[in-house]
Design a protein around this ligand. Structure first.
Ligand code: SAM
Length: 211
């Protein structure tokens, strides 16, 4: 973390509910890879500012970002969270229930691409997306999000810098190449209005323009 990020993190009041989830996530044997606190707050703000009632998250881990998104939802709103590993989805469910959001978050377990295909078949629509799963899947997840988006929907994706690997020309692995392609698309696709933030591990934010 840079000095600037440390400075800003220190300004933000410790969020006991989210810190409890971070601790529980580690205790449940999951890696410490939840979204950064500053970006978690941004998720809540973007969901609230866009009056979101239906949100979709790809990559649940222990439920940290799930709570950030759920906090911004309109009354009666819901979050669908896609998670590959059943034990992670179960732990996330326990953690978000303890945080008071069990009723508005549901989990679809398995490879996100299969879950996304089912959501397309059911003609489901969402107003907010958070992409935060396997990096090789990012280009496909973006296309699914655009397909599942209501006009004006917001798409957010974390870790677009891959701890520096994205801008290191010696790194040419499949995850790096996929994220580079994803970043190019999100920056230039005429279906989107977008920006890319370099703080923490990089965050992309896009708005789906009316089709
Ligand atoms: C970076 S973590 C998610 C962090 C979480 N969004 C948060 O901020 O609290 C990535 C998650 O994606 C899940 N994942 C990896 N590949 C996946 C796939 N193909 N489909 C669904 N989930 C996947 C992992 O099991 C892991 O829980």
């Amino acid at each position: 973390m840079t000095n600037e990020e440390q400075y800003i993190d220190a300004l933000l009041e410790t969020d006991q509910v989210l810190e409890q989830i971070r601790t529980a996530t580690a205790a449940q044997g999951m890696p410490d890879i939840a979204v950064a606190p500053g970006y978690g707050r941004l998720l809540t703000m973007l969901v609230a500012m866009n009056n979101v009632t239906k949100a979709l998250e790809i990559g649940a881990l222990g439920g940290y970002s799930g709570v950030c998104i759920a906090r911004g939802l309109q009354q009666g709103g819901s979050l669908t969270s896609l998670e590959l590993l059943p034990q992670y989805a179960e732990a996330a469910k326990r953690n978000v229930t303890q945080a008071g959001f069990g009723d508005c978050i549901s989990y679809l377990v398995g490879d996100a691409k299969l879950s996304l295909e089912q959501l397309v078949e059911r003609n489901e629509k969402f107003q907010f997306f958070f992409i935060d799963a396997d990096k090789e899947g990012y280009p496909a997840y973006l296309e699914y999000a655009i397909q599942l988006a209501e006009p004006g929907a917001v798409i957010v994706a974390d870790n677009i810098l891959l701890r520096g690997r994205t801008i290191n020309e010696h790194k040419q692995g499949p995850a790096v190449q996929a994220v580079r392609g994803f970043n190019q698309t999100i920056a230039n696709d005429p279906r989107l209005q977008s920006t890319l933030l370099p703080g923490y591990d990089g965050l992309a934010i896009a708005r789906v323009l009316a089709k």
